[in-house]
Design a binder for this molecule. Structure first.
Ligand SMILES: Nc1ncnc2c1ncn2[C@@H]1O[C@H](COP(=O)(O)OP(=O)(O)OP(=O)(O)O)[C@@H](O)[C@H]1O
Length: 833
């Protein structure tokens, strides 16, 4: 039977607490329904059409929905202009070029021998010098030995042999070392790459893609056994057919290499051609590419993503001499200019900093005729965030390449004709809001009419960037757009109960990495402050943080198997951190796309994971629109063990009081220093002679406040020193839904206390018995007791309409009665008069 979900939310609970309130549009449903729905996939056109009908794509926040806006004074959304702070490149593995090459000068084409040196093949060069030095020494010794006679000669010969062996061994070792750490190496695959090192049977799926041996070597080193579907589909089109590519595939499906490998492939092919010609003719033709020109520009919406993409490309480019450099805000501009002096072939950056350098005339970034690849990663995000105008300006700087107009590339003096081959445009995202219209237009090549218009859509943007009508459109997103192994769920609760739900999830099921997403920075601050008071260690990440702190937060989160990151949507796109098991949507995002990207931080690269959305009554309609966007008919309800909640509420109530007192104190301090600062700035002498009574009052208030704080903290500490227990807790038998690391710690502490109480640790009779089921992480809890709930947006809309009609009728009836009474009163008055 499918009934309204009230009371069904948490099975076997006699009096459902806050989280069992009803979302009107949902009805309970046995789990098998979901499987049936998944099987019924949709055709391609259907999938694209669904983007057209996304009802909930407004990027404008609904400020009324955010109860935290008051906390920060303003709503502090994560977008907006970011402050530029200096970070230390060495801390983040960014390489600074050592040489001080002159920018703008076309690099001299090195001979093969020369290239080895200029490429930084220092080990080999050094070896040679050492060898010569040794030769000199040897000659000296030999002369000496001539005097010593025959025996001396024999000894010398043996020594020579040994030295030769040693030298060979040393040079072998140095080559091995070089292979391990090299960012620069031989480009000629046939010399260096021992293809037999790669297991043909294990990597056979890659061989079909005909990648360069150096790339194959990197792939085998990274142990990527086979290409992901998006890589399989994009590499032939991008690398071998030279096509533009629009790629859409689920989050975590390897899109970075789907565009990265074609770029590296083409650059390596060009190098091979160069080497072949040098070998055959002694020098390369003019058409063959020289090094040191910008060949690929990859633009990402966030700094973290740019750094991550750079790292990923560098990993695959190891063993080649192709340089990849990130250009992002938060690093000093001078340092980035130095990075660019190394004349990297691939630059990955965010629009803001890229444009800053381009508009400042940075020579490596404005010589764009050599550009062979222009990539927009997470393209749809860049349309609706604050960097759109910079992106538009960058695109306007690209040399125009019109189909059927080869002269567009002829007048260029900086690029050789080999590079004047058509520039390829790659546009990638998990949620490209491609309309079916866009696809049709691309197929017909009929977008030309729009070229002078505003670049406010994916279509116009891609076209302006030079996207050709024969672009390969590869849309591998499934019907729900979500990663296959992602289990989505929700908890319905009042806005004020979200903290309790979150604390419950983190403390009872807090295993594996968790990311908690908020829409506003104020909410993020609220949560992180409460959780820290409750001894739950969280890191935060939002756009107003300094870049150094942002990267540190990610690093620390990455370094802790059970880390918790509270983040705004700045972390929603692209962040690839392995082992993220759970994503919690503390607040629903403002668009369906962001929901997809947030959830996609888990269940990546064929791992599984779960997402939990906390839905307040105000968000119910947004949630049902979301379900509609993804053609979702049912959602799982995340199970909450009700017996834990009284204890959770007790702790939270204390934590909130502590938070309030602390906020008040810091607000007072801030106000005071603000007043003093301003008074000083206008040279006002502040009269500190409050009346005696006022001073005494103020001191008394402060004392009372700190005594109160101390008391609250003591009370909370005593609660926190015990594990979070269900209401049915027996002091002799501890039982829990799962033993999370936090719980484990608390159990141990409690056991220690108990043992301490007896004064005799060996007293077995008094020993605590801890009964804990095996640890249950959110995904397991969801799988074992989550309930499938039908989402019926149409029913919900009907219900809402009926309610509106009813309300309107009641109002009209009330007004009618009111008017009637007034008339009667008037008549009575008139009659009396
Ligand atoms: N062929 C492969 N085999 C195994 N793992 C891979 C393969 N290709 C990429 N990966 C790994 O998969 C993870 C996700 O890749 P990537 O970040 O490129 O995904 P994405 O599709 O861009 O995700 P998002 O849409 O969230 O940005 C990375 O850790 C990457 O190293």
């Amino acid at each position: 039977m499918h009934g309204v979900i009230t009371g069904l939310a948490v099975p076997n609970q006699p009096s459902p607490p806050f989280y069992s309130k009803t979302l009107p549009e949902m009805t309970s449903q046995p789990p098998k329904k979901k499987q049936r729905r998944r099987k019924s996939g949709r055709g391609d056109t259907g999938q694209l059409e669904r983007f057209d009908s996304l009802p909930w794509t407004s990027s404008l926040p609904d400020t009324d929905d955010d109860p935290f806006s008051a906390l920060a004074g303003l709503n502090d959304f994560e977008g907006g202009v970011l402050s530029l702070e200096e970070i230390d490149e060495s801390e983040y593995g960014l390489e600074l070029p050592k040489g001080n090459q002159k920018g703008g000068k076309k690099q001299e084409k090195p001979t093969k021998r020369k290239r080895k040196e200029s490429d930084g093949d220092e080990v080999i060069g050094k070896e040679d010098k050492d060898g010569e030095a040794r030769k000199e020494d040897k000659d000296g010794e030999a002369r000496k030995e001539d005097k010593d006679g025959e025996t001396g000669k024999e000894v010398k010969r043996n020594k020579k042999k040994k030295k030769k062996k040693k030298k060979a061994k040393k040079s072998k070792e140095s080559v091995e070392n070089e292979e391990e750490t090299a960012t620069v190496a031989e480009t000629n695959g046939k010399n260096d790459v021992e293809e037999d090192q790669i297991d043909d049977t294990e990597y056979h799926a890659w061989y079909e893609l005909r990648l360069h041996p150096l790339l194959m070597k990197s792939i085998s080193r990274l142990k990527f056994k086979e290409p992901t579907p998006i890589q399989k589909a994009c590499i032939p089109a991008g690398a071998h057919q030279g096509k533009d590519v629009i790629g859409a595939a689920e989050t975590g499906s390897g899109k970075t290499l789907a565009f990265g490998l074609p770029i590296l492939q083409r650059l390596l092919e060009e190098r091979d051609k160069f080497d072949r010609q040098v070998e055959e003719k002694g020098q390369a033709d003019e058409q063959v590419v020289s090094r040191g020109l910008l060949r690929a520009l990859v633009i990402t919406p966030t700094r973290e993503l740019a750094l991550q993409v750079t790292d990923h490309l560098k990993q695959v480019a190891t063993g080649t001499d192709i340089k990849v450099v990130p250009i992002v805000g938060g690093m000093s501009t001078e340092k980035q200019e130095r990075l660019l002096k190394a004349r990297p072939e691939i630059v990955v950056g965010t629009p803001g900093r890229l444009w800053e350098l381009m508009s400042g005339g940075e020579i490596h970034l404005v010589e764009l005729h050599s550009l062979s690849f222009f990539v927009l990663d997470e393209a749809d995000r860049m349309i609706d965030n604050g960097h759109f105008h910079e992106l538009q300006s960058i695109i306007d700087m690209l040399p125009m390449i019109r189909e059927g107009h080869p002269e567009d590339t002829q007048n260029c003096v900086t690029a050789s004709s080999f590079q004047r081959k058509k520039r390829q445009t790659f546009v990638f995202s998990a949620t490209i809001a491609l309309s079916s219209d866009f696809r049709k237009k691309l197929k017909r090549g009929s977008m030309k009419t729009k070229i002078d218009g505003e670049l406010n859509s994916m279509e116009a943007l891609s076209e302006r960037a030079g996207m050709q009508s024969n672009a390969a459109i590869i849309d591998l997103t499934n019907a729900s757009i979500m990663a296959n192994k992602l289990e989505e769920s929700f908890i319905e609760c009042q806005e004020e109960d979200k903290d309790a739900c979150l604390y419950y999830i983190l403390s009872v099921h807090g295993q594996g990495r968790t990311i908690v997403f908020c829409t506003s920075i104020a909410a993020l601050r609220h949560i992180s402050s409460l959780m820290r008071i409750l001894n739950v260690n969280v890191w935060t990440l939002h756009a107003q943080m300094q870049q150094r702190a942002r990267l540190k937060a990610i690093d620390r989160f990455r370094g802790n198997d059970h880390g918790i990151l509270v983040a705004t949507d700045v972390a929603a796109r692209g962040l690839d951190i392995p082992g993220v098991r759970t994503v919690v949507h503390y607040q629903l995002p403002h668009s369906a796309e962001v929901y997809v990207h947030r959830s996609g931080r888990t269940a990546r690269a064929s791992a599984d994971g779960c997402s939990i959305a906390l839905i307040s009554p105000k968000e119910a309609s947004k949630f049902s629109s979301l379900c509609k966007s993804f053609s979702k008919e049912s959602f799982r309800q995340f199970p909450i063990e009700a017996s834990y909640m009284p204890e959770v509420s007790k702790r939270l109530s204390l934590a909130r009081q502590i938070d309030r007192v602390m906020r008040k104190e810091s607000q007072d301090k801030a106000d005071k220093s603000w007043f003093q600062r301003n008074a000083e700035s206008i040279e006002l002498i502040v009269d500190e002679n409050d009346s005696e009574e006022e001073r005494v009052n103020s001191i008394r208030k402060k004392k009372a406040s700190s005594a109160n704080l101390k008391k609250l903290q003591q009370e909370l500490n005593s609660l926190l020193s015990r594990p979070l227990q269900p209401k049915t807790f027996s002091s002799r038998y501890l039982a829990g839904a799962g033993i999370s690391p936090l719980l484990q710690q608390q159990f141990e502490e409690l056991a220690r206390q108990k043992l301490g109480d007896t004064g005799n640790p060996g007293d077995n009779k008094k020993k605590m018995v801890v009964i804990g089921q095996d640890y249950v992480e959110p995904l397991q809890a969801l799988r074992s007791s989550g309930q499938e709930v039908i989402v019926d947006p149409k029913g919900a809309a009907d219900k809402r309409r009926n309610l509106d009609t009813l309300r309107r009728k009641r109002k009209e009836e009330k007004r009618r009665l009111h008017d009637q009474k007034r008339k009667q009163r008037k008549m009575l008055k008139a009659g009396g008069g």
